[in-house]
Ligand binder design. Structure first.
Ligand SMILES: NC(=O)c1ccc[n+]([C@@H]2O[C@H](COP(=O)([O-])OP(=O)(O)OC[C@H]3O[C@@H](n4cnc5c(N)ncnc54)[C@H](OP(=O)(O)O)[C@@H]3O)[C@@H](O)[C@H]2O)c1
Length: 271
């Protein structure tokens, strides 16, 4: 699919990967509804990027966005479901004597998993997003390498992405023929993501990192070439088949990340 002259819904557009995607898509004569809760930091490009405040962890807000798109643009051609967040935490220390614990777990699933699943349902709805001629449309899902390789102390986050991955792997056999699905598996990306997850200024990052701009470029290349899967890190793309063939490599990686985090916890507790 040529990523030009399209009506696009992009979520998570105020920061990181989504921010770079908005800027790169804006150069291609597209119209982009750029969604996040706080819209002040969405790149400015009048008549091309349309900042839109919505909480994509709430079904009513997702529905409101699709209704707005139907009423104002007649629908969309491309949806990039990118908004997401993580918790870095010791899972066993989430206090279970408070109702907030359940809400804490629900909150991350609502955005990372359910939000995307609900959005694709609306994207394929003939009333909300009409497609009488059956033209090709595309839905892009930002997942993560952690859908496949466990990252200790991010158990809830990893599970939201693996759960979503399982949905896509099955849904692709059921979907309408005009719908193209693309799954994206970035490795650790240098955005505010890890600061937000840990609420620390300089949290330790996993072993392999890459810049958000290059992740956005890989996503655009994937859209152009109609890929079903995109691995923005070439190193991960090469290492992953090896890790599948020799699971001890993946275990070694996760064990190493666990030890790194434990050293970090010890150091920060001493302060
Ligand atoms: N950074 C990484 O290492 C990494 C690696 C693999 C995959 N990913 C995935 O890539 C995606 C983007 O990550 P990033 O690194 O660009 O993160 P980021 O810089 O923290 O940006 C997250 C974006 O999501 C938006 N958002 C958060 N909660 C939202 C909600 N309830 N409704 C609507 N928008 C919401 C944020 O805006 P507001 O707060 O204003 O709403 C922001 O625009 C996520 O799905 C993440 O899981 C990230």
């Amino acid at each position: 699919m040529e990523a030009s002259n399209l009506r696009i819904l992009l979520t998570g557009a105020s920061s990181g990967i989504g921010w770079h995607l908005a800027r790169q898509l804006a150069r291609k004569n597209n119209r982009i509804l750029a969604v996040s809760r706080n819209i002040a930091n969405i790149p400015a490009c009048p008549g091309v990027i349309f900042p839109f405040s919505a909480d994509f962890s709430q079904p009513s807000e997702i529905l409101r966005t699709f209704r707005y798109l139907k009423e104002n643009w007649g629908g969309i051609d491309l949806c990039i479901a990118n908004a997401g967040f993580a918790y870095r935490e010791i899972f066993d220390q989430i206090p279970l004597d408070k109702p907030e614990a359940w809400e804490h777990i629900q909150k991350i699933y609502n955005l990372n998993t359910l939000g995307q699943i609900y959005a694709v349902r609306l994207f394929c709805d003939p009333v909300l997003n009409p497609n009488p001629e059956g033209r090709e449309k595309m839905f892009v899902s930002t997942l993560s390498a952690v859908a496949m390789i466990p990252l200790p102390y991010y158990a809830l986050y990893c599970s939201t992405k693996s759960g979503l991955d399982g949905f896509w792997k099955t849904y692709r056999y059921e979907k309408a023929p005009w719908l193209r699905l693309m799954r994206v598996y970035p490795v650790a990306t240098r955005t505010k993501f890890f600061q937000r997850a840990s609420q620390e200024e300089n949290p330790p990052l996993p072993l392999l990192t890459q810049p958000a701009e290059s992740v956005a470029k890989s996503i655009l290349r994937g859209i152009r070439h109609g890929r079903s899967k995109v691995y923005p890190s070439k190193i991960f793309a090469l290492a992953y088949p090896l890790m599948r063939a020799f699971p001890c490599l993946s275990q070694l990686y996760s064990f190493n990340e666990k030890q790194k985090m434990q050293r970090h916890f010890k150091k920060t507790m001493k302060r």
